[in-house]
Each structure stands twice: as structure tokens, then as C-alpha cells.
Design a binder for this molecule. Structure first.
Ligand code: ZN
Length: 270
């Protein structure tokens, strides 16, 4: 694990995409993860030009979803845009139970059917889909996939062109994690490794993630599982945090890079 990717969400409140790319380039980073709504803010042409100027690649493109009753009207356009940005993978965001009266089992079946349709479109567009299981407390309104077991099962059923991203915030608690990371590694489907930390107490499920090293997750332990599974891609810093959003974006990135060097042996500072 030699490289570090910063996900734009980590500094989005005080750095638009162009400022973010400048900050990454100043720190010698060569790969970033980006968001469609942030591209809209600065304009696609300017975003593509900045990436080219910095000779920077896109790891993850966020995102397709949430799935709604009227299906995937924007999906084709989003997939085409992810392809224009050369994204390594595109996140699938299912959303939670959409319809009143829908059972969890029905919602899971619906999600799988939509992902299967999406996968056909993604294959045609030449982009890879990423399933990122979210924390089970987000099942009500944000996801239908809350374990790596479920994500691996879906990938087994759906075939080529889809993989998983492992985010420590969402999966650190799971006693099946070592076995499921190994399973994903054997299948050659690990697309990314998102790092942050679980604070105690966690005051908000969406906006109180910790900086690596400030919480209770066994980060070296999970990194060892990833290496044992054959993953040698980048460590991606993704911190949704009102506390860190309030700070200077460059300072946030420098702190994150120092922690990645210390905890994961990743990046230039390692
Ligand atoms: Zn993530």
C-alpha cells in the first residue's frame, strides 16, 4: 500500500473541486476521488482541464443513486460522465427503503434488480461499479447493503464488472470481516480501501467521522487483512466531519497524510 488518495468530501466545505485539486497537487498526490455534484459546481470543462493540468487520475466517482421508483433516468448520463473522467470505479448508492409498506426483503430484491440493470449499462459504458456496504444504522434511509457478506454475495451473483470498496467506518465492527475481505480478495474484486475512524461517542452518523488514529478502529489490523487479501491499491482518506470541515483544508490534508504514513506506511511521508 504505497499511495494515498484523498476523497474530496473530506475537505468539500472549504475547498471546491478546483481548489481541492490544487491542494492535492501541491502535496504530490496523483489520484483523487470525486463527486458529481462538485463537478457541477465548478463546471465539467474546468474540472477536466484541472485534472489534465495536474496529470491526476480519478479513483472513485461518487455516485449513482439513490434508486427511486422512476428508476435510473440519470444513471446513463452519470456513467458516461464517469467514463469521461476516467474513473477507476463508480459508487452505487442504493438509498434505503423507498416506498411505504416495502419490506426489507422486498427492498433488497429491488436493489439487486436495479444493480443488475445498472451493471449492463456500466459494461456498455466501460466503467466498473463499486458496492460499498454502509453501516447497518443507515439501512433505514441510505442503503440496502450493510455488510461485506451481502456485497460479496451480490457480486457472486452479478458477475464481472462489479466489485467492493471496504470502508472501515462502516465495517470495523463485523466479526466476519477477516473472512469476507479474504473472500473479496480471492475473487479479485477489491476496488478500494476507505480510511477514517470511529469516534466514541459518535455524535452524528453522517457528519462525525474521526481522523485515523483518533477513534477505536483497529486500523493496522484491517490494513493487514487487506494486504493478506492481495490488495495493493491506495489508502483513501474519506472523512465526513463537521469538525474537520471547519478547519483549513490544507491543514486537514497534511494531518491525514501524516496519519496515513504513521498508521499504514502509505504515501510520500512513509
Ligand atoms: Zn467510503
Amino acid at each position: 500500500m504505497s499511495d494515498v488518495v484523498i476523497n474530496h468530501a473530506t475537505v468539500r466545505e472549504r475547498a471546491d473541486m478546483l481548489a481541492f485539486l490544487d491542494l492535492c497537487a501541491q502535496r504530490g498526490l496523483t489520484e483523487v476521488s470525486i463527486w458529481g455534484n462538485e463537478i457541477d459546481r465548478v463546471g465539467e470543462e474546468a474540472a477536466l482541464a484541472a485534472l489534465a493540468r495536474h496529470d491526476m487520475r480519478v479513483a472513485g466517482y461518487n455516485r449513482i443513486g439513490p434508486f427511486t421508483a422512476d428508476g435510473l433516468s440519470r444513471a446513463e448520463a452519470e456513467l458516461a460522465r464517469a467514463a469521461r473522467f476516467g474513473a477507476d470505479h463508480v459508487f452505487v448508492f442504493t438509498g434505503g427503503l423507498a416506498r411505504r409498506g416495502e419490506t426489507l426483503a422486498e427492498a433488497r430484491d429491488r436493489a439487486e434488480a436495479v444493480i443488475a440493470d445498472l451493471l449492463d449499462m456500466a459494461r456498455a459504458a466501460g466503467v466498473t461499479l463499486a458496492l460499498e456496504p454502509l453501516h447497518p444504522m443507515l439501512m433505514g434511509d441510505r442503503t440496502m447493503i450493510a455488510s461485506l457478506t451481502h456485497a460479496n454475495d451480490l457480486c457472486d451473483r452479478l458477475g464481472a464488472g462489479i466489485g467492493v470498496v471496504i470502508d472501515v467506518h462502516h465495517l470495523w465492527w463485523d466479526d466476519r470481516l477477516p473472512a469476507e475481505i479474504a473472500r473479496a480478495g480471492r475473487a479479485g474484486r477489491i476496488l478500494g480501501f476507505h480510511v477514517n475512524d470511529w469516534l466514541v461517542p459518535t455524535r452524528h452518523l453522517l457528519t462525525d467521522r474521526g481522523m485515523m488514529g483518533d477513534g477505536v478502529i483497529d486500523l493496522p489490523g484491517i490494513a493487514a487483512m487487506m494486504r493478506a487479501a492481495g490488495y495493493n491499491g491506495p489508502v483513501e482518506v474519506e472523512i465526513f466531519s463537521a469538525d474537520w470541515w471547519a478547519r483549513d483544508p490544507g491543514e486537514v490534508m497534511d494531518t491525514a497524510l501524516a496519519r496515513c504514513a504513521r498508521i499504514f506506511g502509505a504515501g510520500r511521508g512513509a
